[in-house]
Design a protein around this ligand. Structure first.
Ligand code: ADP
Ligand code: MG
Ligand code: ZN
Length: 638
């Protein structure tokens, strides 16, 4: 996308450099002039011609009335007795130098009292090298150039300061990026999936295209549209697509940019942004990440006054819209719950468009968009990638597509292969393969049993997703990975499924325990245990799935109320109960995993051995290896 910055005309650059050259020349000339002047003044101006013979005679006469004679080339400076300043004389009528003229420094070799007496009688004679014009030039160069440089430097600083000043005054100018209607557009075609959001926005496009149609019926054109959804779901993309579809200018600024501004600047930026947009109406103003300025005013307890001013200015501007202004303000956030309510009132951001994480068919569509310009090897199945990527956002998928192309290039492939895509997916999901990490035999065996433990528990428990792949090749921070694939996207999970997720996550550590003994606990399971803790906590606090707290939820800080004693939305007693419930869930998960693995130890050995041998087991290898597993009664929940 080509973007055009509003406030920096291209011409500026040329003008600036010619200015600089002019000022360099000016300052150099000034410096040279000043230097010449100084040079000039250091010589007394009055020059009087004398006959040399006279000078010589007087100099050699002890009553000659001359205190000092300095000779330099053709110049003689004579200081008379009783005077401080010498008079300059020039000597014109002889060739050769005065050295030859017999001027004697009578007192040269004397010292002490004798020198004093002598100096009273005879003039001191000083010879010095005549002024050399190449010296002057040299002086100009050595002295003048630094002076000129300093002058230039200061004048540059001065100008810099001036322009800073000017910019300061221009801080209020919005740094909004304009995506003009004539530039390469983003359209709804570039946004895959999200049909319902697109439908909602279709209407906005129509408002922008045919405002008359609505006005004539007395309909109020919406002013604010809030796009809400998780990061990477394509909110920014969608807003730009609206501008592209309606063929109107698009002014975008990010809430986080406001946060960087000096006090008072945010508000004036807003003013400027709106006035620009109005001038270019019909147009779209897009405020990305609006939660950065429009969080609940009480949520931060008085902090962030700058945000408040910015927010207020946005509200003022929006209230000031009349029906004909033709400007629609779009905003994006991933935290609707954090937004100030004033922003959501009618006449402001009263239209909400939810941008959701893509479902499987949408993921396929997004993948197709991002693989469109990338050569795929024949037979590459994007749908299976779509199936594997439940929970991924559009940005994640775009990332996978890009990684796949990079992988293919690195491997020297002409087209992107399934292998490249799998590698890209796993790289994005977990991290790059760690070729360098060498596991010793013990570690390898431990990892194999650990992963086999996950796989078997997941396979045996009835409400778990099927095992898709098991590997003991280290990747990212993990020693190995067991992938489970949800067969389809579902919005809800029941408690049995979640409990099976907990149990299979415990499967790794329990397998280690069964094979290597109770005391041989390793750090290999720490992320499993974290996941267990997290999920168990969510089940209790958010989903009301505790035995004793069934149907009770304990909302989090952002939305919750607070009891005085704990600072949490529940009492001390309840806090203990929650802890107890969480522990109960993880204990139960560990117990079920242990029951399953003890009952299927043979399969565990078989799978671990296969893993040690092949390192990676694909979906098609697994049925054979997992044959003959049984579900022990104790592990059954329903
Ligand atoms: P958000 O603003 O919601 O955080 P973005 O609009 O910045 O997300 O999306 C980031 C990138 O992800 C986009 O530039 C695009 O490449 C990709 N993307 C996200 N959603 C989609 C989609 N529905 N269709 C195609 N690409 C998408
Ligand atoms: Mg965005
Ligand atoms: Zn594990």
């Amino acid at each position: 996308m080509v973007e055009k910055k509003m406030n920096k005309p291209q011409k500026n650059g040329n003008k600036k450099s010619s200015n600089t050259i002019r000022s360099i020349i000016f300052f150099s000339l000034t410096a040279i002039f000043v230097y010449a002047l100084i040079l000039n003044f250091s010589h007394p101006a009055k020059v009087e011609e004398v006959a040399l013979s006279d000078v010589v005679a007087r100099a050699n006469d002890e009553n000659g009335n001359i205190k000092k004679i300095s000779v330099s080339g053709n110049d003689i400076n004579i200081t008379l007795k009783g005077k401080d300043q010498p008079t300059e004389h020039s000597y014109k009528d002889a060739s050769g130098t005065l050295y030859d003229l017999g001027l004697i420094n009578y007192c040269n070799k004397l010292s002490g009292d004798e020198l004093k007496k002598c100096n009273e009688k005879y003039p001191t004679v000083e010879y010095s090298e005549p002024v050399n014009y190449s010296d002057i030039i040299f002086n100009i160069l050595t002295l003048g150039i630094p002076i000129v440089a300093i002058i230039i430097f200061f004048s540059y600083m001065l100008r810099q300061a001036q322009s800073m000043n000017r910019e300061n005054m221009g801080f209020g100018k919005a740094k909004a990026k304009l995506y003009g209607p004539d530039k390469k557009k983003v359209t709804f075609e570039d946004v895959a999936g999200n049909e319902s959001a697109k439908q909602d926005l279709e209407e906005i496009v129509d408002f922008l295209k045919n405002p008359k149609k609505y006005e004539s019926l007395g309909a109020k054109i919406p002013r604010g549209v809030l796009l809400a959804g998780e990061p990477g779901t394509g909110k920014t993309l969608m807003a730009r697509a609206v501008a592209g579809e309606a063929n109107v200018p698009f002014f975008s600024i990010s809430g986080s940019e406001f946060a960087e501004m000096f006090v008072g600047v945010g508000a004036s930026r807003v003013r400027d942004l709106f006035s620009k947009a109005k001038k270019n109406a019909p147009s779209i103003i897009f405020i990305d990440e609006i939660d950065a300025v429009a969080h609940k005013r009480d949520a931060r307890g008085g902090a962030g006054r700058e945000d408040e001013q910015t927010l207020n200015q946005i509200l003022v501007e929006m209230d000031g819209f009349d029906n004909e202004s033709g400007v629609i303000v779009m905003a994006a956030t991933n935290r609707v719950d954090m937004l100030d309510k004033a922003l959501l009132r009618p006449g402001r951001f009263d239209r909400h468009v939810d941008v959701t994480l893509p479902e499987r068919k949408d993921r396929l569509a997004i993948l197709k968009v991002h693989f469109k310009k990338k050569p795929l090897e024949e037979g590459v199945d994007l749908d299976s990638l779509a199936a594997k990527t439940a929970g991924s956002s559009g940005a994640d998928l775009a990332n996978i597509a890009n990684e796949a192309a990079i992988t293919a290039a690195r491997e020297g492939h002409k087209t992107i292969t399934s292998g490249d895509i799998t590698e890209a997916f796993e790289r994005v999901a977990i991290g790059p393969k760690r070729q360098s990490k060498v596991m010793n035999d013990y570690e390898k065996k431990l990892t194999a049993y650990h992963e086999a433990g996950h796989a078997i528990v997941g396979h045996v428990l009835p409400d778990s997703d099927p095992v898709h792949k098991v590997t003991i090749i280290p990747r990212g921070h993990t020693g190995g990975v067991t992938w489970f694939l949800p067969p389809e996207d579902r919005s809800y999970k029941n408690i049995y499924e979640l409990k099976d997720v907990l149990a299979r996550a415990m499967g790794g550590r329990i397998a280690e325990k069964i094979i290597f003994g109770n005391d041989d606990i390793t750090t290999g399971a720490s992320s499993d245990l974290k996941n267990v803790a997290q999920l168990a906590k969510e089940m209790i606090i958010e989903e009301g799935m505790g035995d004793e707290t069934r149907n009770l939820v304990f909302p989090d800080e952002a939305t919750g109320y607070y009891t005085i004693s704990t600072g949490k939305p529940y009492s001390e007693k309840t806090a203990e109960l929650i802890d107890k419930e969480i522990k109960k869930l993880s204990d139960e998960a560990a117990k079920r995993a242990e029951l399953v693995l003890s009952a299927n130890k043979k399969v565990l050995d078989r799978l671990a051995t296969a893993l040690l041998e092949k390192e990676t087991l694909e979906e098609e290898d697994l049925p054979e290896l997992l044959k003959g597993t049984t579900l022990p009664e104790g592990a059954r929940l329903h």
